[in-house]
Design a protein around this ligand. Structure first.
Ligand SMILES: Cc1ncc(COP(=O)(O)O)c(C=O)c1O
Length: 372
């Protein structure tokens, strides 16, 4: 159930480093996150999960922050999804122990790390092949207890995963026969806009498993673009949303959020205005990433009349200010709404929380760079 948490209680989970009181005092480029918008995003989704009876398993790959993960748990999340062992280790070290690792664990050193995590946490993992299952069985053996494994299903994304419900059943049977594993259910990262066909895929797999006397305890789906859609969720028991915590240009395009729900922007400084049409900022691909996600340009500056960041070099961002009523001057600050927030948070050691233009303070991005 959604726990009620006041803004002050939520803020108590954060230790803010003093980096000044106003945006003008910040060094740019820097990601800034509006605390109240973030909190509203988290509460809205938790309430929705409670209303539709689905367990909330937020994916921490977007924020990579222990205090935000703690906030999600305090609001009612059942556990946390992580993409890499390194993210799991960071969460576990902070006492967050209900984890689902949604990425195949492959390789000897990773199996050893998983076995160690199993001793400290209640981690479940995924697999989509016999090879991966064999490694996981070894991790369970080393940890001295059984490991819960969900079969990853490719329900239309065209990424990895069992290709058909029949394949999912076969792998579930292999997991079930493995000495140190238990079959945990199904996991999918579905393609956006395909809820109905994904639902049919999962229903078929669920029925095949039930016929084989291997009920799927958990059916885990996810993704922010479709998170508010009702269809195709009949068999889903839990949902992993990641980007919803902050939102971004791609999510606004998907219709899952409005501009006012975008909590995170990159604060940048205008460093040159060589022509009346062009302003250059100190945020390029090393701050905004080069992710396009099918959008035009690399970000949008609402403060300059929705001016487009139309180009990036590593350190330079190019803004088209031809149509901006007020031309920016060197030294001005701009807020860029990024195409894709997740990789941006992996580029900075610290992010700064704000309330409007008031600075609350900086926090270290705990799992930054944890891509192993
Ligand atoms: C396996 C998995 N689950 C959940 C998510 C979260 O998706 P979103 O950020 O769209 O909410 C992702 C994102 O890439 C993912 O790969």
């Amino acid at each position: 159930m959604t726990k009620t948490l006041s803004t002050a209680e939520a803020e108590k989970l954060f230790t803010f480093e003093n980096v000044g009181a106003s945006l003008k005092e910040l060094e740019t480029p820097v990601p800034i996150i509006d605390f109240d918008i973030m909190l509203a995003n988290l509460i809205r989704w938790q309430k929705h999960c409670d209303e539709i009876g689905i367990a909330n398993w937020p994916h921490i790959k977007t924020h990579k922050l222990v205090p935000v993960a703690k906030l999600q748990m305090a609001l009612g999340a059942k556990g946390l999804a992580v993409q890499k062992l390194g993210e799991a280790e960071v969460m576990a070290a902070a006492g967050l122990k209900e984890l689902l690792l949604t990425f195949n664990v492959v390789g000897e050193s990773k199996i050893a790390r998983l076995a160690k995590l199993m001793r400290d946490t209640n981690i479940a993992v995924v697999a989509d092949s016999m090879e991966v299952v064999a490694g996981l069985d070894e991790a369970g053996k080393r940890a001295g207890r059984k490991l819960d494994v969900l079969v990853e299903c490719d329900t239309g994304m065209g990424r990895n995963g069992a290709q058909t419900p029949a394949d999912a059943l076969k792998l579930a049977q292999v997991i079930d026969r493995s000495e140190h594993l238990t079959f945990g259910g199904l996991m999918t990262y579905p393609p956006a806009g395909k809820r109905e066909s994904v639902g049919t895929w999962l229903a078929e797999a669920k029925q095949a498993l039930a016929r084989a006397d291997l009920p799927a305890k958990r059916i885990s789906s996810g993704g922010t673009p479709d998170m508010w859609k009702k269809e195709g969720l009949t068999d889903v028991t839990e949902y992993r949303a990641g980007t919803y915590v902050y939102n971004d240009r791609a999510i606004v395009r998907s219709g899952a959020a409005a501009w006012k729900d975008c909590a995170e922007t990159v604060l940048a400084t205008v460093i040159s205005t060589p022509t009346p049409e062009r302003a250059l900022i100190d945020a390029g691909s090393k701050a905004l990433t080069s992710d396009l996600l099918g959008l035009e340009g690399y970000g949008l500056v609402h403060g300059l009349g929705d001016a487009l960041v139309y180009g990036v070099n590593e350190e330079h961002g190019y803004i088209n200010v031809a149509k901006s009523a007020a031309k920016p001057k060197v030294g001005d600050l701009v807020k860029v709404v990024m195409n894709h927030v997740c990789p941006v948070n992996n580029l900075f050691d610290k992010v700064v929380f704000v309330r409007g233009d008031k600075v609350l303070g900086a926090v270290t991005v705990d799992a930054r760079g944890k891509v192993h």
